[in-house]
Design a protein around this ligand. Structure first.
Ligand code: HEC
Length: 128
């Protein structure tokens, strides 16, 4: 009789532990992701070039400070920091495409005007 109670107790405790573990996992993972996203977005002013990049679909492949298909914009800003022709080079990459600078995946020419590309390039370079 006592043994049965002990086993039942152990099972009950086990179930509780499992339940609390599961809860913890889902609880911890989601807000973390949201937090990171919020932080990234909070860092850059909305509107202006951010809204332009958003409307042109750049964020499908790029993020502010996380590598996606393409490099993080912060990394781009760091690499080109202090380079005199940085704006021109990025405008060229955005409007004509870029290959082999960041990895094996190329970026196709983006559907933006030269003026838009310049605005985006200056904005990206300001993100470091
Ligand atoms: C389909 C995916 C994709 C989209 C959409 C995309 N990019 Fe890229 N981008 C890439 C990849 C991949 C690279 C790395 C290319 C390389 O290695 O040379 C890159 C590289 C870049 C670079 C660095 C170029 C250099 O010369 O170092 C800039 C700046 C950039 N993208 C800006 C943009 C902007 C602005 C947009 C939106 C108008 C955009 N990208 C949309 C995939 C994309």
């Amino acid at each position: 009789m006592r043994r049965k109670i002990a086993i039942a107790g152990a099972l009950f405790a086990g179930t509780l532990m499992l339940a609390s573990c599961e809860k913890k996992e889902t609880k911890e993972e989601k807000p973390k992701e949201e937090k990171v996203k919020k932080k990234e977005i909070a860092k850059v002013p909305k509107g202006g070039a951010y809204a332009l990049a958003d409307s042109k679909g750049c964020f499908a492949c790029h993020d502010i400070n996380r590598k996606k298909v393409g490099p993080a914009y912060v990394e781009v800003a760091k690499r080109y920091a202090g380079k005199e022709d940085a704006v021109e080079e990025l405008v060229r990459s955005i409007t004509k495409g870029s290959m082999g600078k960041w990895g094996s995946i190329p970026m196709t020419p983006q559907p933006v005007s030269k003026e838009e590309a310049e605005k985006l390039a200056r904005w990206i370079l300001s993100l470091k």
